[in-house]
Design a protein around this ligand. Structure first.
Ligand code: SAH
Ligand code: SF4
Length: 366
């Protein structure tokens, strides 16, 4: 019997393990088959099950009845439109085409034999940070959980031959993760499931521009991921000039939310600060940042500005970045100046922008 459905088919990768089990039970199958299917989806060598030879007959029957054109489910398989490596070979950027034709970017960075994938959570972004290419392109749509999970699968499969596998995930690609809260949390539950991709919460960092309700929800729900908050300015006026959503969630409110988060979870918070020459890189601004972070367990990541088409600013020179860092250090606040990576292929922080018109960086193929 074939299960024809009038509803829009769902991606199997959108489902958590518990949801997949429920699907089997609802269709009169043993939930035990869910585990074999889950392994094939999240752990298999191909990421699909075009060759389900080792499936038991009932599972093969479930697949025949439920997966495919006109059925309840489909298999998420973004098409790789481009795979570009930086000249130093340490950064790779994948342009992925989703089922509806939207394109997103996923970046894989190698660090001493281990790899970190930088995932997108939206096509475009609604937050409009002036120095960010994704913000410059505007919002297109939220990604579904399966579209986030598929990026991890894609990175893992691409790294199969590489030395050292995929270790860490940062949600610092296209989009604002806390603007797409439910889908991101479902994706992270799927990704961290021990029976599948098994990338634990301590290896996952969520980066937010400062969506206050999302930060408070992470705290209330005791979500075990690392949190990074993008600040870029230590006064309301300076921050709003770079990050327009500061008008919606003002700096004072954001810092209050960070304090609540810290009180409720005891977790250290990472703060990101894009260093822009002459805009937010003076020693006095470093002093104001240090004052803002007093009483929190904080680590500051200083990111020299990466170039984007829509913003004329330039990166802070190394000597000034070090002077900025020195002020923080004197105030007892640890920080790291991020290495610039993948700039030659526009795979650096804030450079992701999946359109066809831009020149340089990646070139769309196929
Ligand atoms: N939306 C989230 C996560 C994606 S952006 C956020 O804003 O935190 C990831 C990081 O890249 C953020 O800290 C962001 O401020 C930074 N970034 C954006 N554009 C940049 C640029 N041109 N150069 C350097 N860092 C940039
Ligand atoms: Fe969106 Fe983050 Fe870029 Fe701001 S920096 S526009 S929040 S992706």
């Amino acid at each position: 019997m074939t299960t024809a459905v009038a509803t829009t088919p769902r991606s199997l990768l959108d489902l958590t393990f518990a949801e997949l089990e429920r699907e089997f039970v609802a269709a009169g199958f043993s939930p035990l088959h869910a585990r074999a299917l889950w392994r094939a989806l999240h752990h298999g060598l191909r990421g699909d099950f075009s060759d389900p030879a080792d499936f038991l007959p009932p599972l093969r029957r479930w697949v025949t009845e439920h997966v495919g054109v006109g059925r309840r489910f489909f298999i998420e398989a973004p098409i790789e439109s481009a795979d570009i490596a930086s000249a130093d070979g340490l950064t790779r950027k994948f342009l992925l085409r989703l089922a509806d034709g939207q394109t997103i970017e996923t970046v894989v960075m190698g660090f001493k034999g281990r790899h970190t994938a930088c995932l997108s959570t939206q096509a475009g972004c609604a937050m409009g940070c002036v120095f960010c290419a994704t913000g410059q392109m505007g919002f297109v749509r939220h990604l579904r959980p399966g579209e986030i999970v598929a990026q991890v699968r894609h990175a893992q499969l691409a790294l199969r031959a590489a030395e050292g596998g995929l270790r860490n995930l940062v949600l610092m690609g296209m989009g604002e993760p806390l603007h797409n809260y439910d889908a991101v949390m479902a994706a992270l539950e799927i990704i961290s499931d021990r029976r599948g991709l098994n990338i634990g919460p301590s290896r996952i960092t969520i980066s937010t521009v400062g969506v206050v309700p999302g930060i408070l929800r992470l705290a209330a729900e005791q979500r075990p991921f690392h949190l990074a908050v993008s600040l870029h300015g230590a006064t309301e006026e300076e921050r709003s000039a770079l990050v327009p959503v500061s008008q919606r969630w003002p700096l004072a409110e954001l810092m209050a939310a960070c304090r609540t988060y810290f009180t409720q979870t005891g977790r250290r918070i990472f703060f990101e600060w894009t260093l822009i020459a002459g805009a937010n890189d003076s020693p006095s601004q470093a002093g104001r940042l240090a004052a803002l972070l007093t009483g929190l367990a904080a680590h500051v990541n200083l990111i020299p500005l990466n170039p984007t088409g829509g913003f004329a600013g330039t990166a802070t020179p190394t000597a000034s970045a070090k002077a900025f860092q020195q002020v923080l250090q004197t105030a007892g606040i640890p920080s790291t100046i991020r290495q610039r990576r993948g700039i030659d292929v526009a795979a650096g922080c804030g450079q992701l922008r999946a359109d066809k018109t831009r020149t340089g960086g990646w070139a769309e193929m196929r």
